[in-house]
Design a protein around this ligand. Structure first.
Ligand code: PMP
Length: 307
């Protein structure tokens, strides 16, 4: 799990060790930052490629709009910068973390009209987020004692750093209790998502995922909905309850970090046969083929080569 020797920092590529951040950094005090998480995959025909970079850059700008600050670079500049920093670190397969935050400037909660922004792009090598064992055997989930708050409290369409504190403490609670991951309910008690993943269930051939009301608009979620529909599956974006989830034939999580992760148990009840089911198992393989350029129809638009 190597961290990148070089980082893109406010327009320059510099050694990561050289970056110094002021203790007055507003984001350090108030969580006023935004971020993205993107993966680069080794391609079957050689070299590396970034999966759905355009969409991740777009979401980064949406997060900035939601929090209310301006990123002092264009979409094109950040798109190129992501590719450049991967190339500079000579990683063929890695994770890219663009991050923008209010730096040393405003002292109180008021961020003012045009707060000063730092923009960084970090890269690191990252294996399977929920572990090889978790992916092979399926993970165990716990419904969290924390909930996704009202949509006007936490705005889940933005990847805003401060908002992730709830994810961190929910994951801590689930891990301490011996589970791989926590599941959030929405304020009305319906399922929402994992701490860093979207949620899917399948019952009698019908696949459901939670609607976008109280979850992040996941790029993996969108990719696999498209893929599943192309494969002839019926996929509904519909709310569902805990009891419906427990009685599902299959449950799986998805996200850039978690990729496709089957679920074998929730709240001490085994799901389906207590092992990865046929839909999740096939999806896992298909997803790897898509991100590695083995499925031409998707490869055309979704992969940006590191050249
Ligand atoms: N939900 C949350 C809360 C997340 O942090 C993530 C990870 N970005 C996801 C869902 C999955 O989104 P994506 O597929 O775009 O990584």
């Amino acid at each position: 799990m190597a961290k990148g020797k070089y980082t893109w920092f406010n327009g320059d590529v510099i050694e990561t060790d050289q970056i110094r951040i002021s203790p007055y950094t507003h984001a350090l005090h108030y969580g006023t930052g935004i971020f993205e998480g993107i993966r680069v995959y080794k391609q079957h025909n050689g070299g590396g490629a970034v999966f759905r970079l355009k969409e991740h850059v777009e979401r980064f700008f949406h997060s900035a709009k939601i929090i209310g600050f301006t990123i002092p670079y264009s979409h094109e500049q950040l798109f190129e910068a992501c590719v450049d920093i991967v190339r500079k670190n000579k990683f063929e397969e890695c994770y890219i973390r663009p991050l923008a935050y209010i730096t040393d400037g405003p002292l109180g909660l008021s961020m003012g009209e045009n707060p000063p922004i730092d923009v960084l792009i970090l890269v690191w090598e990252w294996g399977r987020y929920l572990g090889d064992d978790g992916v092979n055997k399926g993970v165990r989930l716990k419904t969290s004692s924390y909930i996704r708050p009202h949509v006007n409290s936490v705005m889940t369409k933005g990847k805003i750093t401060g908002q992730y504190v709830t994810s961190v403490i929910a994951k801590y609670e689930a891990n301490k209790l011996g589970f791989h991951e926590a599941l959030f309910l929405d304020p009305e008690g319906f399922l929402a998502e994992g701490t860093g993943e979207n949620l899917f269930m399948a019952k009698k051939g019908v696949i459901k995922t939670t609607p976008l009301t109280s979850v992040l608009e996941g790029i993996t979620r969108e990719s696999i909905i498209e893929h599943l529909r192309q494969q002839g599956h019926s996929v509904l974006e519909q709310r569902f309850t805990r009891d419906e989830l427990l009685c599902a034939d299959e449950v799986f999580l998805c996200g850039t970090a978690a990729e496709i992760t089957p679920v074998r148990e929730i709240d001490f009840r085994s799901i389906g046969e207590g092992k990865p089911g046929p839909i999740a198992s096939k999806l896992l393989k298909d997803y790897q083929a898509i991100v590695r350029g083995d499925t031409p129809s998707y490869g055309k638009n979704w992969l940006t080569p590191i050249k």
